[in-house]
Design a protein around this ligand. Structure first.
Ligand code: ATP
Length: 238
C-alpha cells in the first residue's frame, strides 16, 4: 500500500470555548486525490488551518510523513513538501505575478530550475504569462486563484492542500480550476482538496470524506460517495 503522507487523528480545534472540530480522523496516502466536503461551517477550513499550524490543536494529532507536525508553521511545512493554497488565496497584492511565483520558490536556490518552473506554471496558466508584470492585487478572483496555485507549485510540493479553490468564481473559471487540479494530480502531486462544490470534488477524488458539524460523517471512494443518496440529498440538492 502507498505511504501515508498525512494522518489526522482525533483532531479537535476550538475558538475560545466553542469547539469547531470535535475529533476528526482522516488520512491521505501518496498518489491520492482526497476530497473533504461539507456545508458552510462544517469545520473544513478550521481543519486545514490546524494542519498548517495557523490554529492550535485542542486535542488529537497531525502527522506528516510519520512525524508530528504540531507547532510547525507554513514555512517549516513547505520545506518538507507540504504546501497550501489558503481560502481567499493570500497572494502578495503589491508584488507582480512573476515576483509572487518567485516567492513560492523561496526554499529553493536553483535559479535555472526556478526559471524553468515559472515557465511550466505559465504553460499551465497562459493568463498568468500575459499578465506577468501586473500587480497581483489588481487581478480578478479567478486569476488570483491561478496565481496562488502556481505559487504553491513553485515549491515542488509532495502534498498540496487546496482550500475551496472554486469559491466565488464564475462557472468558466470553476471549470478551468478543476481542470488544473486534475492536471496537477496527473503529474504526480498528492492533493487534499477541501470543497463546497461536492459534485466536482468527488468526481475527481480517489477517496472522499464528508464533514458535518465538526465531525466526519461519511467516507468512501469518491464515486461511491457521489452516487450515495444521502450525499446527493444533502450536498447535491436532490
Ligand atoms: P465554509 O465552507 O463556510 O468556509 P467550513 O466548513 O470551512 O465552512 P469553518 O470555517 O472551519 O467551516 O468553520 C467552522 C465553525 O467554526 C463555524 O461554526 C464557524 O462559525 C466557526 N469559526 C470559524 N472561524 C472562527 C473564528 N475565528 N472565531 C470563532 N468561530 C469561528
Amino acid at each position: 500500500m502507498a505511504q501515508t503522507l498525512l494522518k489526522v487523528s482525533g483532531l479537535q480545534v476550538a475558538y475560545g470555548g466553542i469547539q469547531a472540530v470535535k475529533g476528526v480522523d482522516f488520512e491521505v496516502r501518496e498518489g491520492e486525490l482526497v476530497s473533504l466536503i461539507g456545508s458552510n461551517g462544517a469545520g473544513k477550513t478550521t481543519t486545514m488551518k490546524a494542519i498548517t499550524g495557523t490554529l492550535p490543536l485542542a486535542g488529537g494529532s497531525i502527522e506528516y510523513l510519520g512525524k508530528s507536525i504540531k507547532g510547525q508553521g507554513p514555512w517549516d511545512l513547505v520545506k518538507q513538501g507540504l504546501a497550501m493554497v489558503p481560502e481567499g488565496r493570500g497572494v502578495f497584492a503589491r508584488m507582480t505575478i512573476t515576483e509572487n511565483l518567485q516567492m513560492g520558490a523561496y526554499i529553493r536556490n536553483d535559479k535555472a530550475g526556478i526559471a524553468a518552473d515559472i515557465e511550466k506554471v505559465f504553460t499551465i496558466f497562459p493568463r498568468l504569462r500575459e499578465r506577468k508584470d501586473q500587480l497581483a492585487g489588481t487581478m480578478s478572483g479567478g486569476e488570483q486563484q491561478m496565481l496562488a496555485m502556481g505559487r504553491a507549485l513553485m515549491s515542488r510540493p509532495k502534498l498540496l492542500l487546496l482550500d475551496e479553490p472554486s469559491m466565488g468564481l464564475s462557472p468558466i473559471m470553476v471549470d478551468k480550476i478543476f481542470e488544473v487540479v486534475q492536471n496537477v494530480y496527473a503529474q504526480g502531486v498528492t492533493i487534499l482538496l477541501v470543497e463546497q462544490n461536492a459534485s466536482r470534488a468527488l468526481a475527481l477524488a480517489d477517496r472522499g470524506y464528508v464533514m458535518e458539524s465538526g465531525l466526519i460523517s461519511m467516507t468512501g471512494a469518491g464515486k461511491d460517495l457521489l452516487a450515495d443518496p444521502k450525499v446527493r440529498a444533502a450536498y447535491l440538492g436532490e
